[in-house]
Ligand binder design. Structure first.
Ligand code: SIN
Ligand code: MN
Length: 298
């Protein structure tokens, strides 16, 4: 799948692209059938909601689950990002967010690149998310919310929130969000929220400010996020464990387009468990060069 000039222009302006029903229900079933057994694992790779058993996010399934290893190499997800960067990409992060019925908690307003810069010392914003819905997403089950055009502000001021949810995040404060929403059109398009059937895909800029509300509905909202980084832009610090921020910068080689429905060989290096080395962290940049966070205060 190649992006059209109109899509490239829209991405530049809005900071995201939405592709409703990009994958079929049959393709999604191969993935959704696998989720319960992944969420059942009592391992570090499953972060549960604060005070609950429901899984908030599962990390690195592409390293130990065959259907997700194939998704991580899917040309419909990976090729558009390579086109946008005009460079090969590697997997910086892979997560299956649960947003489970009744239990799914909020994701506060944030930019992903804020975390990738501050925690992982990723040099520039040449990385982005491609999300795919495993469930239908509607207005009730906690859809993602974007502030269109907010990526144009670069890295905005953020603070490390360690308490609101079970997962630490660099979050943007309410005053700045109000300003950004106002500038994006206020009640007329200042916040957008792509919704659609399972199999829909969203590609969004790493500086796009986004959030999602809790899920009080009886419907799960499981979504997968591939965070793809241009190979030359690999992280410089291993402060977070490898199952969260990957350290293998090898370019992704895509499989054929029918890979979710057919058998193709894929490596599953963590199929027997997450290695101890992937849990180790260091605060020291591995090549001696420190990347200074450059915050924009609006
Ligand atoms: C994220 O921003 O990383 C996740 C948001 C969501 O799944 O709602
Ligand atoms: Mn995010």
């Amino acid at each position: 799948m190649r992006l059209t000039p109109e899509q490239l222009e829209q991405f530049d302006r809005e900071g995201y692209l939405f592709f409703p029903a990009q994958f079929t229900r049959d393709e999604m079933r191969a993935l959704t059938d696998e989720v319960p057994q992944l969420y059942a694992r009592r391992e570090a790779c499953n972060v549960r909601e604060k005070g609950k058993d429901a899984v908030r996010t599962n990390f690195a399934a592409h390293m130990y689950s065959k259907p997700f290893a194939k998704l991580a190499r899917h040309p419909r997800m990976v090729q558009p990002v390579m086109d946008l960067f005009d460079e090969q990409v590697y997997m910086h992060q892979f997560k299956i967010n649960g947003k489970q019925a009744f239990d799914g908690d909020v994701w506060q307003w944030h930019q992903d690149y804020g975390t990738w810069l501050n925690d992982d010392q990723m040099p520039t914003e040449r990385a982005m998310n491609v999300a795919i819905f495993l469930d239908d997403v509607n207005e009730y089950n906690g859809p993602l919310m974007f502030i269109p055009g907010s990526h144009k502000k670069g890295v905005v001021q953020a603070r490390h929130d360690l308490t609101t949810t079970s997962y630490p995040l660099w979050t943007v404060d309410n005053d700045l969000i109000a300003t950004l929403v106002d500038r994006a059109g206020g009640k007329n398009g200042g916040i957008v929220s792509p919704k659609g059937p399972a199999g829909s895909m969203i590609l969004f800029h790493s500086c796009l400010v986004h959030a999602s509300s809790s899920n009080l509905s009886p419907w799960n909202r499981v979504s997968v996020y591939l965070s793809l980084c241009a190979v030359s832009n690999h992280i410089r610090r291993f402060k977070r464990p490898e199952y969260i921020a990957h350290r293998n910068f090898t370019p992704i080689e895509c499989l054929p387009d029918d890979c979710l429905l057919k058998d193709y060989p894929v490596d599953l290096p963590w199929k027997d468990g997450i290695p101890a080395s992937a849990l180790q962290t260091t605060d020291v940049p591995f090549d001696g060069s420190r990347v200074e966070p450059a915050m924009t205060v609006l």
